[in-house]
Design a protein around this ligand. Structure first.
Ligand SMILES: [Zn+2]
Length: 331
């Protein structure tokens, strides 16, 4: 049912899955830019379509709610299921008339996050999934534990008169941070790139608490606000080494990333602290996902090339989704 043709797609059909090139018809699991392109027809959840429209030109759309059945043609029907990665992010389950099924997860995680949907992977015969953290050394601590650490670091910085800057993807992780901070009563100023997407969250009914959009005048000059008024600055990761960040002479920078578990992550990102908050499955969650889907075959992409070997050693039939070097068909 699955085919790699310069990207993942449904075998023998012009239906792509998260194609990075413009196609006539593609499913888009979520609106991170490495999963987007300007397709003629885009199938996605209404939330993903709203986020995608802020990043690429979206032509014709086929919005599907979670659980809503759609006939792709007379032989295939599809349903979308919460992937838990970002708000509205979806897995797609494709079922063929002979009962064979395929689940493509896109990016996903099994832990519920403060601003993402509760993941709900259905059973399928073939599971195509990411393996970003597909090694046993990647086990993330519970979200609440890291959130407490974040609040402590930010609170200390405020007491010391240092500008706290919290960095995470503008779609997803930044909103987790904003929600945790505003729930704890910290004032929050959002970098423009974050504010644009947070506004979409609000329009979709996900309330993030009081937020102020960054304006240079709030930070410098005659009308500058006090640190207590402007509060914590939430920004995208690319701000870490930028002039934007360096304008704050006394600052404390925190990156939210699963790579926090690797030694020297602070040095690599050029920040004071890296906290292990990720919107991807860690190793145990990937195993949990496989357990819940109960597939006959797992195909992995976006991650460690030896993830299939690790699975095979555990008695799970697995392979890379992108065959090398020749095109292969599965199922
Ligand atoms: Zn993503």
């Amino acid at each position: 049912m699955f085919e790699w043709d310069d990207g993942p797609k449904l075998a023998g059909k012009g239906f792509y899955l998260d194609s990075r090139r413009p196609r006539d018809f593609s499913f888009v699991s979520h609106a991170h830019s490495d999963h987007l392109s300007n397709h003629k027809l885009t199938m996605a959840t209404p939330a993903t379509l709203a986020f995608a429209a802020t990043r690429v030109k979206v032509d014709q759309t086929l919005p599907l709610e979670f659980g809503q059945m759609h006939a792709l043609d007379d032989r295939h029907r599809v349903t979308l299921h919460p992937a838990g990665h970002t708000f509205g992010s979806a897995m797609i389950r494709i079922e063929r008339e002979d009962g064979q099924s395929l689940l493509y997860t896109g990016d996903c995680k099994m832990r519920p996050g403060p601003t993402a949907d509760v993941p709900d992977p259905p059973q399928a015969d073939i599971l195509v999934t990411e393996s970003t953290y597909g090694r046993p050394n990647f086990r993330f601590p519970p979200f609440g534990e890291v959130a407490t650490q974040l609040l402590e670091l930010v609170g200390n910085a405020m007491k010391e008169g240092r500008q706290p800057i919290v960095m995470g993807y503008a779609l997803g992780k930044a909103q987790h941070a904003v929600k945790v901070l505003t729930d704890a009563g910290f004032p929050v100023t959002e970098h423009g790139a974050v504010a644009k997407l947070s506004d979409v969250y609000e329009s979709l009914g996900v309330h993030l608490g009081p937020r102020r959009k960054y304006s240079a005048a709030d930070f410098r000059g005659a009308s500058a606000l006090s640190l207590e008024e402007r509060g914590v600055l939430v920004a995208p990761p690319q701000v870490a080494r930028s002039l934007f960040s360096q304008q704050f002479e006394r600052r404390m920078t925190i990156m939210l990333s699963g790579w926090a578990l690797l030694k020297g992550a602070e040095f690599r990102y050029g920040v004071d602290h890296v906290l292990p908050i990720s919107d991807h499955c860690d190793f145990d969650e990937l195993l949990e996902l496989i357990d819940r889907v109960r597939p006959k075959k797992v195909l992995s992409l976006h991650g460690f090339a030896n993830f299939p070997d690790i699975l095979r050693a555990r008695g799970i039939d697995a392979d890379l989704a992108k065959p090398d070097p020749q095109l292969k068909l599965f199922g």
